[in-house]
Design a protein. Sequence first.
Length: 273
Amino acid sequence: MPSPFPGMDPYLEAPETWNDFHHELMSSIRESLNKALRPHYHAMVEERVYISDEADPGRKWIVPDVFVTKREEPKLADRVLATSADYETVTAVAEPVIITTLVDDEIREARLVIRDTKNREVITIIEVLSPTNKIAGSRGRANYAAKRSDVLQSQTNFVEIDLLRDGVPFFPRELLPPLDYAVHVSKFGKRPKGIVWPILLKQRLPKIQIPLRPNDSDVEIDLGLIFNTAYDRASYDMIIDYTQSPHVPLDDANAIWAREWLRRHLDVGGGDS
């Protein structure tokens, strides 16, 4: 079944579902694109790679805080004896456990790359933002910002899909109408100007144009249809509890709207309380 929401489902922004949803959405976008790109272009999932360590503010989204290993039971001879007269009492003392206190992890984040099928030249890059990309000071944000800057200074088209309300955006929101989510398309040859779709929670996700070579027409994808395909294929309705509040809280107006929307469409009292 599709999501009960008309557009983006705010319950998918939770850590326990986001990574899976990110992969499923990327796969659905690729499937939709490749039907329209044949025979001159082809879209594939590729990866950006960066290193996260224990000082990374975005680490809570990607790895546990610490790793603990089971210690071996100490031998009786290794225990400390009490200083009583008969030396028969064994004193309970603090005993160590082995933990990994410095962890460097290689983090891989997926993105879609459209290439020319003839010479494999990169034509367009499509990014679906992850939470780590929007956490100030995180390794994920620094890596993404650097790659983003490289693309925007190249001859490659760039598409940025932000379906996360939380975090620091990459474009000045004060220049845009009110929004919860956004899609940004930067077409080479039109820079520094780009197109931004400001999207409200109450709205259906838009149809967007994916730019290719200058002499070829853009390819349109229906992000709303793609989203519902991904939601249905992954059966998220089986694991999301719509009677609870979303992990990322809704503002008051959206919370009231969401409760009423879910009540009418699912017969539950979901949304923020």
